[in-house]
Design a protein around this ligand. Structure first.
Ligand code: SF4
Ligand code: FES
Length: 209
């Protein structure tokens, strides 16, 4: 595979064609925060916390490092005023969902995010999709899915699959950046409560902290 030379934070980095900026940065020891990324899953690009500035072909853009592929002579900056203020805003929005998440609190400390900036949301889920994708791509069980659309979108366990597969697995719980215990709650609720017919085969409508 072809080698590609780019620059990350002033450092020359040799990457392989097809690598993402995130993978190239990690290979060079440059840290970029992530929330929806998992090395065993397909890149997703949902949370945008990995946003970096990239100069390519005379243009500067803000891109998600976990999905953007490296290219020759790309110049990447992982910490600029713009990048930090985007990450700060994103963390503040996510803290409205999960104010007690240790991962989010650590990011809030780094980027100076205010955990009370936005009104609290009823769902603890930040829709990183890790649980849904892990269950589908790695475990191949599809016991967790999405329900509703837009701002009402949430994850939920499919009771008939979860009751069969989840008790002996639960591998998605520690992946959740907000609260594994809350995810466990959702599973418990899904297994105990019968599914509401009007919400397809999912049983949960909101997540309680
Ligand atoms: S429940 Fe957790 S892991 Fe699943 S999508 Fe929501 S935040 Fe991500
Ligand atoms: S880690 Fe890149 S978008 Fe979430």
């Amino acid at each position: 595979m072809n080698e590609i030379v780019l620059q990350i934070d002033g450092k020359e980095v040799v990457a392989r064609e097809g690598m993402t900026i995130l993978a190239a940065a990690h290979s060079a020891g440059v840290a970029i925060p992530t929330l929806c990324h998992h090395e065993n899953l397909e890149p997703y690009g949902a949370c945008r916390i990995c946003t970096v500035e990239a100069d390519a072909r005379g243009r500067t853009s803000l891109v998600a490092a976990c999905v953007y592929p490296v290219e020759k002579d790309l110049v990447v900056r992982t910490r600029t005023g713009k990048v930090d203020s985007i990450r700060k805003l994103l963390v503040e929005q996510m803290l409205a969902h999960a104010p007690d998440s240790e991962q989010l609190q650590e990011l809030a400390r780094v980027y100076g995010a205010d955990r009370d900036r936005f009104e609290k949301e009823s769902s603890f889920c930040i829709l990183c999709g890790l649980c849904v994708r892990y269950c589908a791509e790695v475990r191949k069980k599809n016991a967790v899915g999405y329900i509703d659309r837009g701002p009402r979108r949430e994850i939920c366990f499919i009771p008939e699959v979860a009751s069969r597969e989840c008790w002996d697995c639960k591998e998605c719980f520690p992946l959740c950046p907000t609260s594994a215990l809350q995810a466990a709650y959702v599973l418990t609720e899904a297994l105990i409560a019968p599914p509401e017919q009007e919400k397809s085969s999912c049983s949960c409508s909101s997540f309680l902290p």
